[in-house]
Design a binder for this molecule. Sequence first.
Ligand code: PMP
Length: 390
Amino acid sequence: MKLAQRIGHITQGGTDGWEIYYRTRDMIAAGERVLTLTIGEHDIGTDPAILKAMYDSASAGNTGYAFGPGNQDLRQEIAARVQARTGVPTGWDNVVITPGGQAALFAIHMALLDQGDRALYCDPYYATYPGTIRATGAEAAVVPTRSAEDFLPQEATIRALAQGAKTLLINTPNNPTGVIYPRATLEGIRRAVEAEDLWLISDEVYDTQIWEGEHLSPRALPGMTERTIVVGSMSKSHAMTGSRLGWIVAPTEVAEAVTTLTTNTTYGVPAFIQDAALFALRQGPGFEEKIAAPFRRRREIAMRALQGSNAIRVIPASGAMYVMLDIRATGLSGNDFANRLLDAERIAVMPGESFGAASAGHVRVALTIADDLFEEAIGRLAAFAERATG
Ligand code: PMP
């Protein structure tokens, strides 16, 4: 008996770049102190008031099968929020609730791609992107970006790769780079997808973590509402990673297609989680700022500590919970730097190579430990890089 080729096809037999993460986990299990700046998980749990809303809803009997595409009140709340932030008329029927942003990413690629279609995504990328695309049976093709251009995708590069492709996946604010795509970049993307008639999938799960400039949703650009699907999530904005609540915002016929899929796969999100998400969203922007504040502070700490370094160039991090460091002056690859830093200093960061070829020679630092520990870690990382540079 054999497993389906589909599964091997997801990783294409390669490693998934998470060796550092597993090494760190083993060290911690062996009782070692490791300052862990690897994954994008808050150092706080879900707010007790949100947990109470969850408990109250479940206690009131909302424990049965939930309505497939999501409760209308939650879909309406998300639609109103998107409309208020972008000015684009958005109704509840443009929104489908999914178990997290990851399920939304999978569902939308499934809804738009046929076997053998080509789907574009930008390098460096969030770890699951290529696997998510390949899981649909489509061909995942990278749009390379350059460190010297702050990893912003260029119109000409997209156009050169877009012929025959069906979708383009972008992410702003970006994981792993922390960069927010400026209007000019999004205009270039708009021209490219219009010229080649692509769907644009815009992953905006970090849209509440903005440190400099502003977040623009490409769905709001002229002519883009009908070809753009936005992916959103409660994970980052409300520290609800484990609750698994995300969504797509899409033209209604696309939302209906996603509903057909989710009915036959995930069959909805628990109603008490949806009620907790509704409660959380109704706490307003002040609550979201409170969740984002620690990352804002730590990004400042990192910028201060690395200013003037001869060994490290900080990619201008304007949003999300990461800073990306160009460590090529040390002569080390991102992998070697991360492994040696872990061995010598017991500090864990992600090698840029695990996010794609474009960020080789870089490391990603997650802003996810307490300020004093973070300051210690970044100071020691900077000193380690200086020593390596010689
Ligand atoms: N997109 C990006 C860019 C992410 O970083 C993540 C999580 N790290 C997700 C999507 C998925 O998040 P979730 O499934 O928790 O909503």
